[in-house]
Design a protein around this ligand. Structure first.
Ligand SMILES: Cc1cc2nc3c(=O)[nH]c(=O)nc-3n(C[C@H](O)[C@H](O)[C@H](O)COP(=O)(O)OP(=O)(O)OC[C@H]3O[C@@H](n4cnc5c(N)ncnc54)[C@H](O)[C@@H]3O)c2cc1C
Length: 597
């Protein structure tokens, strides 16, 4: 396979909201040569699948007085008392994070939220509207007031199209269907990536003054997930393999409403608009678990409640592993206007029309709270002391800044990808303007990737990549899922290590070089296997229950021993070493409290 060196000022891997914002801002700030790599067409990035909304305390809508916490909403007349503030958004986010979120980063998130939503609007983003023309807002789980700004149930789609247009307008160059294989770090400085042009099969060394990852989440490490096929956590694994530590990887979010048997998302907007969750006996069981918030409690709590109902024999469907989502009382007009995509998904995948029937759903792996540790300018932390890895940035779902802590609130991640993608863009342009050099690269960094490909193309081994991936996904689902305990996590760890071994004798069928999707699946599986070990190791070590990490053998939150972030670094023998670092807490304003809904 031939190889060619390509040079840019800035290379961003990932064309979702985080990568596109960073690229657009860096170019707008005067960096001449900004390139974005995406393994799929940029507009197919998972950001475009987001449905429900983006959070910001705009104060456009409020509940109609006297109708209770689930009553109808109305626009707030100009001049009336606001119901929301960035401070309230901040408190909700901290509580949602089970106090593991870094409060300095959360403050930036919620303050910048207001400006960034208006910036989207000024760039031409088509939001749904209130009767007087302001941006419409709906309720979302864990948020005290309606602050999810939305565009029907197509929010991510319209946001991504808006920002992609702006990036093109600023002259950003997109490499569509290019796959990043490795990060080049020499003497502690990041100086480029190695990438495969999927169409030609050529490997390229790509040098840059600064590199950023906006490579998204890793839901595909699980069998049932709302995530796109591309969400295989490549960036997280590539960074880990290059010596970067990973933070809080044990915190994996399970969303309460995936299509039964498939996992495809039925947006939280369903519950935001007033949907009910019902067990096989017809009970709205959330009454037992979160009497105040009911279906609009945060995702970790609702998913656990569903799982308990299922485990105690009150699930629906042939295997009893489903729950009903009841939207019938919303009425045809509201469903068609606010939830058209959800209706379509239920029709296609369950054969159910939500206007007339209840939809079968189940919890689904959805979001990765952990990732590549960064400061609030997207600068990657190289070690426990927090020293920056010069020239390397990350933002969005692959990063851990950490605003979501142990559990993310819905609508806060489109926000995070936008806010911290934008901040990374400013930081990168400053870094370039301060004279960042194009570092010489000593040997041939593409050599390892070429060998990796050659081995996969020539090996005749007995193992099958797809089977290994399936085994991994099921052990992660069964043993490192919503509820965890020591024996199951031990089992998951044994399984993952064995699968890593077996991968060394895995073969692929397609031996060609152009558009070889077998080869891509092999890289992705290797990546899943690398960071899954980190997820399981972190989960096994953390002997408490906090947010999405729920240990049946340690059911309580333990602030004395575990109010700290996990950092996992790859040891010389290839195993993760776990270290811990403090959470940034304002002890006067937001000290840890019991988390009740
Ligand atoms: C179904 C669904 C609905 C959601 N709804 C909401 C919502 O309503 N509100 C909300 O706040 N959040 C929502 N989320 C979460 C939110 O959409 C994501 O967290 C966010 O969009 C992530 O953006 P990102 O820019 O970090 O990554 P992504 O948008 O996932 O983009 C990742 C990019 O990285 C590229 N990439 C990855 N690996 C490689 C590689 N090896 N080489 C080259 N390119 C690579 C991909 O091609 C892609 O361009 C939802 C998520 C899902 C799955």
């Amino acid at each position: 396979m031939s190889s060619e060196t390509i040079t840019h000022d800035v290379i961003i891997v990932g064309a979702g909201l985080a990568g596109s914002w960073a690229a657009m801002i860096a170019a707008k700030q005067g960096v001449k040569d900004v390139a974005v790599l995406s393994k799929i067409h940029p507009l197919r990035s998972h950001s475009s699948a987001a449905q429900g909304g983006i959070a910001a305390a705009l104060n456009n809508c409020r509940p109609v007085a006297g109708t209770g916490p689930r009553g109808p909403l109305e626009q707030i007349p100009p001049g009336d008392e606001p119901v929301d503030s960035w401070e309230l958004h901040m408190f909700d986010t901290i509580k949602g994070s089970d106090w593991l979120g870094d409060q300095d980063a959360i403050e930036i998130l919620v303050k910048d939220a207001i400006e960034i939503v208006f910036q989207y609007e000024h760039m031409g983003c088509v939001f749904s509207r209130t009767p007087d023309g302001r941006i419409a807002q709906r309720r979302f789980g864990g948020h005290s007031v309606p602050r999810a700004n939305y565009s029907a149930d197509w929010t991510g789609h319209v946001l991504l199209h808006t920002i992609h247009e702006q990036a093109l307008r600023q002259g950003v160059h997109f490499y569509s269907e290019w796959y990043c294989l490795e990060l080049i770090v020499e003497e502690g400085i990041c100086c480029g990536v190695v990438a495969l042009d999927i169409l030609t099969g050529q490997i390229h060394t790509m040098r840059a003054r600064a590199v950023m990852f906006g490579t998204g989440g890793y839901g595909r490490a699980y069998a049932i997930t709302s995530n796109a096929y591309a969400n295989t956590g490549d960036g997280v694994a590539i960074a880990y393999n290059a010596g970067v530590p990973l933070m809080d990887m044990e915190f994996v979010q399970f969303h309460p409403t995936g299509v039964y048997k498939h996992g495809i998302l039925m947006s939280e907007a369903c519950r935001g608009e007033g949907g009910y969750l019902v067990n096989k006996d017809g009970d709205r069981f959330m009454e037992k678990y979160a009497p105040d918030k009911m279906e609009l409690a945060p995702r970790d709590l609702v998913s656990r409640s569903e799982q308990l109902e299922i485990d105690q024999g009150r699930g629906i469907g042939p295997d009893g592993k489903g729950i009903y989502l009841d939207l019938r009382h919303l009425g045809r007009e509201k469903i068609l206007q606010r939830l058209p995509q959800v209706r379509d998904i239920a029709l296609k995948f369950s054969g159910v029309d939500i206007i007339d029937e209840m939809a079968p759903i189940q919890p689904t792996t959805h979001y990765s709270m952990g990732g590549i540790p960064t400061n609030s300018d997207g600068q990657v932390r190289a070690n426990l002391a927090g020293d920056p890895l010069t020239g390397f940035y990350a933002a969005g779902e692959c990063a851990c800044v950490s605003v979501h802590g142990a559990n993310r609130l819905g609508t806060n991640s489109l926000l995070e990808a936008s806010v911290f993608g934008r901040r990374a863009g400013y930081a990168i342009s400053q870094f370039i303007q301060d004279g960042a050099e194009l570092k010489p690269i000593s040997d041939d960094p593409a050599e390892r990737s070429r060998k990796r490909i050659e081995t996969l193309l020539t090996r005749e081994g007995p193992e099958n990549v797809e089977h290994l991936a399936q085994e991994l996904k099921w052990t992660m689902t069964n043993n490192c899922g919503i509820f965890r305990d020591e024996p199951r996590l031990e089992q998951a760890l044994v399984d993952v290590k064995q699968l890593q071994e077996r991968f060394h004798s895995a073969a692929i069928m397609d031996k060609s070089s152009r558009f070889n999707t077998d080869l891509l699946a092999a890289f992705e599986t290797e990546h899943l296997l690398a960071f899954s070990e980190v997820i399981v190791s972190g989960a096994l070590a953390r002997q408490e229950s906090r947010g999405a990490h729920s240990r049946t053998d340690y059911p309580a939150r333990d602030d004395k021993n575990w109010l700290k972030h996990t950092l996992a670094r790859k040891d010389r023998d290839g195993r993760p070493i776990l270290e811990y670092t403090d959470v940034h807490i304002d002890w006067e304003k937001y000290p840890p409290q019991e988390r009740k809904y």
